[in-house]
Ligand binder design. Sequence first.
Ligand SMILES: [Zn+2]
Length: 141
Amino acid sequence: MVPGLVPGLLLATGQVLPVSSVHRLARTSTLVRIVMDAQGQVLDMGRKVRLATPAQRRAIFTRYATCWIDGCPLPATLCQIDHADNWSSGGLTDLKLLGPACQFHNRDRYRHPDRYTRRKVGKDRWAFTYHRLAGVRRPRE
Ligand SMILES: [Zn+2]
């Protein structure tokens, strides 16, 4: 130990958190990965949080004009924020994996993921194509 220094964690506030408190937090806390933009707005929340932050919503509305299902005209600002990979299946609440989906498509894609194919559009967007009767056999004529 360096003379004159107390072991602990230097906080952004300038205060030193005693090492005993660091140990207590390590035992009783969960680490959360959070990515922020240059203005300090949260963009990536990982697995800890399911719902998009207001900053994520604003960023999504600048990337998408409508629901991210091809041909659906509902404006993005009237959509729910959807996870490209279903959150309940391990999807992340990260900006690059979020987009607008109208209530119908959000629910339908969750219930019938086999009816949709996903493709990347540009650097930072996704689009989904709905396949109306994928997996459903039509009766013979
Ligand atoms: Zn839609």
